[in-house]
Design a protein around this ligand. Structure first.
Ligand SMILES: NC(=O)c1ccc[n+]([C@@H]2O[C@H](COP(=O)([O-])OP(=O)(O)OC[C@H]3O[C@@H](n4cnc5c(N)ncnc54)[C@H](OP(=O)(O)O)[C@@H]3O)[C@@H](O)[C@H]2O)c1
Length: 286
């Protein structure tokens, strides 16, 4: 049922978690921190934690694992929350070798001082079949050694997912992180993930701001009394995706999680699905 106006001026942050095929849970909205560094990174992560985010999506490539870890540690030291209330994600930059992947995981834990990583992913399918499977074995071993809780992939298409599943891994992927928004719905790979119990995580949920002026986005935002960003986030949530909005601006960090007060109706969800144009705004290495 679509609520057209807010019933309260208090924020209604979405803090719910989804269950992974590992039995662990994952916060459905997490802060994206690509291109976020230094004091700006510290402020963004701190603000996010204060307004209710419990997950941070980092990567070796972002060069901010140390900064995220320092901010998380500082936050936890003065909070009733503990490490297990926080969900920390990172990703290996390139599929070079088993040893290189294990070293990246150890480096992530050392830099972040988080003790373990909640979700560690192959950032890209690049590198070819053998390297992908070799690096996946490193992720499996990192789960068995307790360095990582859950493992996943990013930017994997149906073929690469099928190849991984057919290799009879000891541990299957729990998450596939993809560029997803109404302008790029990737329906084939999303369906494959659903059929194989792999949770889908939506990155670049705002298409990096390139379609806020789309007439359907403008019309539906007015109808629901929300911002274009909030509309796009609701679309992702209602699809059942984890979603990773990035912002360094405190008011946006708050409004991006404050999306628990309305729901997009079924017909409008279909209209949004109809905007698919296969728009890609990110490269595979972000
Ligand atoms: N696995 C991968 O290969 C991959 C690739 C890309 C991204 N990611 C992950 O997904 C996260 C998000 O994706 P993204 O950073 O590419 O793009 P995005 O979240 O779609 O868009 C970020 C842009 O939107 C702006 N923005 C944020 N909130 C807004 C609001 N409420 N109203 C208007 N503009 C707003 C931000 O500016 P301000 O910061 O100034 O607010 C920034 O310019 C990344 O940070 C990263 O964690 C993963």
């Amino acid at each position: 049922m679509a609520e057209l106006t807010r019933t309260t001026s208090r924020p209604q942050p979405v803090t719910q978690s989804l269950e992974l095929n590992t039995g662990h849970t994952i916060p459905q909205i997490q802060l994206g921190v690509y291109l976020t560094e230094g004091q700006e990174c510290h402020r963004a992560v701190r603000t996010a934690l204060e307004v209710g985010y419990r997950g941070i999506d980092s990567a070796e490539w972002y060069c901010n694992e140390h900064q995220i870890g320092a901010t998380l540690t500082e936050f936890l030291a003065s909070s009733p929350l503990s490490r297990t209330d926080i969900f920390f994600t990172s990703k290996v930059q390139r599929n070079i070798s088993y040893d290189d992947t294990r070293a990246s995981i150890r480096q992530c834990i050392r830099l972040s001082q988080m003790g373990y990583v909640d979700l560690y992913m192959l950032h890209t399918p690049k590198g070819g079949r053998e390297k992908r499977l070799e690096c996946w074995r490193a992720l499996e071993d990192a789960v068995e050694s307790g360095e990582v809780r859950t493992i996943g992939v990013s930017n994997f298409g149906v073929e690469e997912l099928r190849e991984l599943l057919e290799s009879k891994p000891r541990i299957g992927p729990a998450v596939n992180q993809l560029e997803l928004h109404p302008f790029n719905t990737q329906s084939e790979v999303v369906q494959f993930c659903r059929d194989n119990n792999i949770l889908v995580s939506a990155y670049s949920p705002f298409a990096r701001g390139r379609r806020f002026d789309n007439p359907t986005i403008v019309e539906l935002s007015e109808k629901y009394g929300c911002s274009g960003a909030q509309l796009l986030l609701r679309w992702s949530l209602q699809k059942g995706f984890v979603v990773l909005p990035k912002s360094v601006q405190p008011n946006r960090i708050l409004s991006n999680v404050d999306v628990g007060w309305f729901e997009i109706g079924a017909e409008d969800m279909e209209r949004l699905d109809g905007l698919d144009e296969g728009l890609t705004t990110a490269s595979h290495q972000e």
